[in-house]
Design a protein around this ligand. Structure first.
Ligand code: UDP
Length: 240
C-alpha cells in the first residue's frame, strides 16, 4: 500500500488485482473497490468524511496516470494503472465463465440497456441485469431490492464521483454483493456511447488529453490535474 496525499492505494499490479478480486467473487463478504483518479484524491483533501471513507474501503486502485506518477514521491512506485474499465471487463469475463451474475447500476436508461445488450452479445452465457442511475432518493429501497433480488457477484455502480462511492459505502452490508466497484462512466463505454482513447494514446499516457479533447465540456473538471501535481510537489510528507 502507498499513501498518496493520505489516500491508501493498492500496490498490486493489474493481474494481481484481477486474481485477488476474482477470488472474492464467490465469497460471503462484501468488498468495496474504488478505482481512484486525482479528482478523488483532491476531493478527499477538503472533505474529512470522504477521506475516512477512502481509508476504510477494501481496495483503491490507481485508475489514472496521475496516481502512478505521484507514487514515486511516496516511497513505493506503482507499476501500472488498474482502470475501472479494464478491471470491470476482466471481472465480467470471470462471472461469465463461472455462471455468476453482474448488475450494472448507473448511466442513462438508454446507455444502461445498450451496455447490457453489448455485454450479452460479447458473453452470451452471462447473467446480467441493470438499472439506470437517474433514480430519486425515495426510490433507493426499490433499487436495493432489485440488486438483492438478482444476487449478483459483481455490482458496477456508475453514478459519478462521489455519489457512487457514498452509495456503495452506505448500502454495503445491506447489498451483500461480494465485489462492488464505483465505475464512473464505464457503463457508457460498455454501451459504446463514450469511446476510450486509442491504444497509442493510452500507451503514451495521454488518455486524459484524449478525453479532454473529445469531451471539451469536462475541461473544468480537469483543472484538478495541475492542482493535484502542485499539491504533490509541495507536500511536506513526500519522500523525495
Ligand atoms: N450518472 C448517473 N446518475 C446521475 C448522474 C450521473 O447515472 O445522477 C452517470 C452518468 O450518466 C455517467 C456516470 O454517471 O454514466 C458518470 O460519468 P462520468 O464521466 O462523470 O464519470 P467519471 O468516469 O469521470 O468518474
Amino acid at each position: 500500500m502507498v499513501k498518496i496525499l493520505g489516500v491508501p492505494f493498492s500496490t498490486r499490479t493489474f493481474t494481481e488485482t484481477c486474481d485477488f478480486l476474482q477470488d472474492k467473487l464467490q465469497g460471503e463478504t462484501p468488498h468495496h473497490i474504488i478505482t481512484a483518479n486525482p479528482e478523488i484524491v483532491m476531493m478527499a483533501q477538503d472533505d474529512a468524511a470522504f477521506m475516512t471513507l477512502l481509508e476504510r474501503v477494501d481496495l483503491i486502485t490507481p485508475d489514472g496516470i496521475g496516481a502512478v506518477w505521484a507514487s514515486k514521491y511516496y516511497g513505493q512506485a506503482l507499476h501500472d494503472r488498474v482502470t475501472g474499465v479494464e478491471l470491470s471487463t476482466s471481472l465480467i469475463e470471470a462471472c461469465a465463465e463461472r455462471g455468476l451474475g453482474v448488475f450494472l447500476l448507473g448511466a442513462s436508461p438508454q446507455s444502461n440497456t445498450l451496455a447490457i445488450k453489448n455485454l450479452r452479445q460479447r458473453y452470451p452465457q452471462l447473467r446480467i441485469a441493470g438499472q439506470d442511475g437517474y433514480f430519486k432518493e425515495a426510490d433507493v429501497p426499490e433499487v436495493l431490492a432489485a440488486v438483492r433480488g438478482f444476487k449478483p457477484a459483481l455490482l458496477l455502480v456508475g453514478l459519478g464521483v462521489p455519489r457512487q462511492e457514498l452509495f456503495i459505502h452506505q448500502h454495503k452490508q445491506d447489498l451483500q454483493v461480494p465485489v462492488m466497484i464505483g465505475v464512473g462512466g464505464c457503463i457508457d463505454i460498455f454501451a459504446g456511447v463514450v469511446k476510450r482513447a486509442p491504444k497509442l494514446w493510452q500507451r503514451m499516457r495521454m488518455e486524459w488529453l484524449y478525453r479532454l479533447l473529445s469531451q471539451p465540456s469536462r475541461w473544468r473538471r480537469q483543472l484538478v490535474l495541475p492542482k493535484f501535481v502542485l499539491t504533490v510537489l509541495t507536500d511536506k510528507n513526500r519522500k523525495k
